[in-house]
Design a protein around this ligand. Structure first.
Ligand code: PMV
Length: 310
């Protein structure tokens, strides 16, 4: 049986400013994944079915249909790119990645589907081609995405990302541990990105310097990650959170979790992704991890996931 998967992701630095051409850093979270399983032992002439198990939906995909579902669009794009007809197959999708919380669930599901479908028709897409297709799907969800989510999810490597530039992967000087704390509030990245755009258009002389400072900070963070200076990394996270607050994309819940983490001994903490809800991240040591995790739950986190970046 063909089985393909893709990881969740988190943005470490540079969200929002990345939309304006500044660099950002994101890493995969390989322990949480979206998976696609292909069943080809189906009646001849059945065509292509996608069973979105978590949504309780089954879609039938044919090239002429104008089904607006993102998964159907991904499948059609895939088949058209490969010049292939829909195979007789059922592709079942499962995702362990929480929805709409900045962990890249949409990109991961589309990636797993693209890998599975292209493999099924005997023309597995390489990462570059797959990344271009998943970016199209991201545009449906987010309007004007920078492309960072699909890139880190498809390549499953830490990336230093600059919009419309060749992909640069990142070396991790020393592994570090993060807690991902979920506010439990689902927030629209599209709305947050749109609000920053309005702010920028209304007052670019005030907003541009904030974006520039985030860009500088991300360049620093890259060096610090490559040399493995965890203390400096924490400081940069705190600074990045302050700048994101100035862009109005934090929220009382995110601020509360960030404060709780730092108060309980995290080296640094910040919101991650679109903001307004979704997740924050806290940089911890093996000795502080448990205390910080307890503090996050105490401060209202709906879930805390631990991940090591290496
Ligand atoms: O909410 P997420 O994790 O999908 O991240 C969005 C990141 C932004 O920089 C806010 C938008 C983008 O397209 O890069």
């Amino acid at each position: 049986m063909i089985e393909c998967s893709a990881p969740a992701k988190i943005i470490l630095f540079g969200e929002h400013a990345v939309v304006y051409g500044q660099p950002a850093i994101a890493v995969p979270v390989s322990s949480i994944r979206a998976r696609a399983q292909v069943e080809t032992n189906v009646p001849t002439g059945q065509g292509l079915r996608i069973n979105a198990a978590d949504l309780g939906e089954t879609l039938t995909v044919d090239l002429e249909s104008d089904l607006e579902h993102a998964l159907a669009i991904m499948a059609r794009l895939n088949l058209k790119t490969l010049n292939s007809n829909p195979p007789d197959a059922t592709i079942t999708l499962h995702s362990e990645i929480p929805l709409a919380s900045g962990l890249g669930s949409g990109a991961a599901v589309a990636t797993a589907l693209g890998r599975a479908l292209s493999t099924t028709v005997g023309q597995p897409l390489d990462n570059e081609a797959l990344n271009a297709l998943v970016f199209e799907i991201e545009k449906l969800y987010h309007g004007t995405p920078s492309g960072i989510d699909n890139t880190v999810v498809v390549y499953e490597q830490p990336v230093y990302f600059v919009r419309e530039q060749p992909i640069e992967t990142l070396k991790i000087g020393a592994p570090f541990t993060l807690l991902i704390g979920d506010t439990g509030i689902s927030a629209s990245t599209r709305v947050a990105v749109g609000d920053v755009r309005k702010l920028y258009e209304a007052d670019s002389t005030h907003i541009q310097p904030i974006l520039d400072r985030i860009g500088m900070l991300v360049k620093n963070a890259r060096q610090v990650i490559e040399t493995g200076d965890t203390a400096a990394l924490g400081e940069l996270m705190r600074e990045n959170h302050t700048l994101l607050r100035q862009l109005t994309v934090s929220s009382p819940e995110l601020d509360r979790l960030v404060q709780a983490a730092v108060g309980a001994g995290a080296i640094g903490a910040k919101l991650s992704g679109g903001g307004r809800g979704g997740n924050m991240i806290a940089l911890v040591t093996p000795t502080s991890a448990e205390t910080v995790q307890a503090a996050l739950l105490q401060a209202g986190a709906a879930r805390v996931i631990m991940t090591t970046v290496e």
